[in-house]
Design a protein around this ligand. Structure first.
Ligand code: FAD
Ligand code: FES
Length: 271
């Protein structure tokens, strides 16, 4: 396994995915051995403004002819992500990666996995879905967004699920596409209907993760969540990203996470 490195990267491509989200492909000559769930800390501007790098999940890594392409999907919410949205192709940035841990991608005998996404939680889960599809591990993929226009990469999600005979379930909060309501409600309906999953893997906004934690704990389902606590350093130094665990400890989610099993998390995750 190649350890984390501070990589010199070049913006090779940038495309819009929705009114608020875009994809960035970063090229480097170095190898990047990332697994789904891991992330990188990326500079967003030139020089030291803004000073802090932004944490972004890795959506995929491809190495061809001595060049590695790292894919990221980004939601524009503030200064750093706006600068990134307007970065020209050819811009030189720095990426500290890969960081953190990853999802457990092993099959669970006799069942499929359930993959659940809320909004811009898609990158690590889609990376997992494509790796599971390549390994022929069965899963269903649930993708929720605020509206149809904010559902990302629908065709690619469908292709990954179909490769293992899985279902792609789309939901929107406003009912403009897929099933009307929250993605966790769609999951609950299928669980109530007798659907069984050996493990759930999820990433999304905290209210979605709290609902999922409650669901998983009530039904004694194994589940892993990729948390997106605000991060300043990404390497366990600033303690800005601490997460409370059930045993009372506080741990840096950039080092012990960002993926946590729901049975390790303190109660504030499912109030
Ligand atoms: C491990 C990890 C993986 C992530 N992966 C992705 C990803 O793949 N794609 C993506 O778009 N984003 C991802 N994020 C979130 C991303 O890091 C933030 O959206 C980004 O840092 C915001 O930077 P900004 O300069 O645009 O916004 P800022 O100007 O720094 O902040 C704007 C507003 O957003 C709030 N905010 C800042 N950071 C976060 C956060 N982490 N969660 C919720 N609200 C926040 C601030 O409080 C503020 O109100 C990830 C975060 C973590 C910790
Ligand atoms: S982001 Fe600094 S300790 Fe985790």
């Amino acid at each position: 396994m190649i350890a984390r490195r501070d990589l010199a990267v070049r913006v090779a491509a940038r495309t819009d995915l929705s009114p608020t989200c875009f994809r960035v492909i970063l090229e480097t000559v170095d190898e990047v051995a990332a697994v789904p769930g891991q992330f990188g800390m990326l500079t967003c501007g030139v020089g030291f403004d803004p000073l802090l790098r932004r944490a972004l999940s890795i959506a995929g890594v491809v190495r061809r002819e001595g060049v590695t392409c790292v894919e990221m999907m980004v939601k524009e919410i503030g200064r750093g992500t706006t600068l990134l949205r307007h970065a020209s192709v050819g811009s030189r940035l720095r990426l500290l990666a890969p960081l953190g841990n990853g999802f457990t991608l092993t099959a669970v005998e006799g069942t499929r996995l359930g993959l659940i996404v809320g909004g811009i939680g898609l990158p690590p889960v889609l990376f997992a879905a494509e790796q599971l599809a390549a390994r022929k591990v069965g899963f269903d993929l649930y993708v929720g967004a605020a509206s149809g226009a904010e559902l990302l990469e629908v065709e690619r999600c469908g292709k990954a699920a179909a490769a293992v005979g899985g279902e792609l379930v789309l939901t929107t909060d406003d009912g403009s596409a897929g099933e009307h309501g929250f993605v966790t409600d769609a999951l609950q309906r299928r669980l109530d209907g007798g659907c069984a999953y050996g493990r759930l893997l999820a990433c999304g906004p905290n209210p979605m993760l709290a609902a999922l934690t409650r669901l998983a704990r009530d039904r004694a389902l194994a589940a892993e969540l990729s948390l997106e606590e605000p991060m300043a350093c990404g390497v366990g130094v600033c303690l800005g990203c601490v997460v409370e665990l059930e045993d009372g400890r506080y741990v840096a989610s950039c080092k012990e996470g960002p993926v946590f099993s729901v049975d390790r998390l303190a109660e504030r995750w499912w109030p």
